[in-house]
Design a protein around this ligand. Structure first.
Ligand code: GTP
Ligand code: MG
Length: 317
C-alpha cells in the first residue's frame, strides 16, 4: 500500500491529514525521494526541489520566493544536509501563510458579533457556495447564534429550493422570493427582517453565473450597495468560494472577484479528492487575502477553520 494513503491506525490520524492524502502524495512522496537520494545540498537539488513545488499548484512566483528564502537560509546557517530542508521549507510556508491570516475583523471563529453580521458568499457556479453556507449556518447555530440564510441566487429555480432544504436541515430561517426576482430586493427585505428578529448572522447566497461575467459583477456590487443602504457597514464580510480542484486557474478567477468586490476572505472547497491542494498556498500568497475556512467534503461537518500549521503538516509529511 502507498504509505501516504489514509489508513486505520496511521499516525498522525487527524481527519485533515487523511483527507489531504492526494495532495500529500503528490508533494511529499517526490520531496522525500529527492531529499533521501542526495547526499549534499547542491544547485541541481534546489532545481529539482523548485520543479516539485512548481508542479504542485503553488505557482511560479511563490515557488521562486520560497526557493530564494531557502537559499538564503542555507547560506546563513551553512546547511549541507538535504534532510534539513523539509523542516525549513515547512517553516517558510507556515510563516508566509500566517502573514496574510488576520481574521480579527470577521468575528471568526467564536466571537459572537455584537451587531448584525452580514456575509455575502460569491464565486463562480458549482464551486460550493450553497453547501458552504449550510456548513457555516450549522457551525454558528451550534454555537448559539441565530443565523438567517438569504436566497439571492434567483437565477436558477433549483437554487432557492436547495437553500430551503439546507435551512430545514440546519434549523436556520431562509428568506427567499420567486425565481427571477431582483436579488438586491431579496437582500433588502432579508436585512429588514433580520434586524427585527434579532438575528446574529445573515448569509447571502448569490448566483455563480449570469449571462455574462460583467453582469454578474455588476449584480453582486448592487447587492453590496443595497445591503449597505439598509444596514450601515453591511456586508461586513464578502467571502469568495474557490474550488481547489481548479488548481492554478483559481488564482486568475479569484483576482477578478477581489478587484471588483473587495473580498475579505477566501474559502477553498473540495480539498478532499484533489492533488491540487498546493493552490491554497498560491492563492493566499498571490492575493494576500486571509483564508478563513477550508472544506473537505459534502457533509455539514466537512470543513474547518484554516490553520496554516496544521495544513502544512498535512501536505508535507
Ligand atoms: N467533495 C466535495 N464536494 C463538495 C464540497 N463542497 C461542495 N461540494 C459539492 O459541489 C457541488 C456544488 O455545490 P454547490 O454548493 O451547489 O455549489 P454552488 O457554488 O452553490 O453552485 P451554483 O449555485 O450552481 O453556483 C455539490 O455537489 C456539493 O455537494 C467539498 O468540500 N468537497
Ligand atoms: Mg448555489
Amino acid at each position: 500500500m502507498d504509505r501516504s494513503e489514509p489508513a486505520h491506525g496511521s499516525a498522525p490520524a487527524g481527519s485533515l491529514w487523511n483527507k489531504l492524502f492526494k495532495t500529500r502524495r503528490k508533494l511529499t512522496d517526490r520531496l522525500n525521494t529527492l531529499l533521501t537520494s542526495k547526499k549534499v545540498i547542491d544547485p541541481p537539488l534546489l532545481e529539482d526541489l523548485e520543479e516539485i513545488l512548481f508542479t504542485s499548484d503553488i505557482g511560479v512566483e511563490i515557488t521562486q520566493h520560497l526557493i530564494d528564502g531557502l537559499k538564503q537560509r542555507i547560506e546563513k546557517e551553512s546547511l549541507n544536509k538535504p534532510g534539513q530542508l523539509k523542516a525549513i521549507l515547512k517553516e517558510e510556508i507556515v510563516s508566509s501563510l500566517e502573514a496574510s491570516q488576520d481574521l480579527s475583523t470577521l468575528n471568526i471563529p467564536d466571537k459572537a458579533p455584537s451587531i448584525l453580521h452580514v456575509t455575502m458568499f460569491v464565486g463562480i457556479n458549482g464551486v460550493g457556495k450553497t453547501t458552504t453556507i449550510a456548513k457555516m449556518s450549522h457551525y454558528f447555530q451550534a454555537r448559539g447564534e441565530r443565523v438567517m440564510m438569504v436566497a439571492a441566487d434567483t437565477f436558477r429555480a433549483a437554487a432557492i429550493e436547495q437553500l430551503q432544504i439546507w435551512g430545514e436541515r440546519v434549523g436556520a430561517e431562509v428568506i427567499n422570493q420567486k425565481r427571477g426576482a431582483d436579488p438586491a430586493a431579496v437582500v433588502f427585505d432579508a436585512l429588514t427582517a433580520a434586524q427585527a428578529r434579532k438575528v446574529d448572522r445573515v448569509f447571502i447566497d448569490t448566483a455563480g453565473r449570469l449571462h455574462t461575467k460583467l453582469n454578474l459583477m455588476e449584480e453582486l456590487k448592487k447587492i453590496q450597495r443595497v445591503a449597505g443602504q439598509q444596514l450601515s457597514g453591511a456586508p461586513q464580510q464578502v467571502t469568495l468560494i474557490i474550488d481547489a480542484t481548479t488548481g492554478q486557474n483559481a488564482i486568475a478567477q479569484a483576482q477578478v472577484f477581489a478587484e471588483s468586490l473587495g473580498v475579505t476572505d477566501i474559502i477553498l472547497t473540495k480539498l478532499d479528492g484533489t492533488a491540487k491542494g498546493g493552490v491554497v498556498i498560491g492563492i493566499s500568497q498571490n492575493l494576500r487575502i486571509p483564508i478563513s475556512f477550508i472544506c473537505t467534503g459534502e457533509g455539514l461537518e466537512d470543513f474547518e477553520i484554516f490553520n496554516p500549521r496544521e495544513f502544512v503538516e498535512a501536505i508535507f509529511d
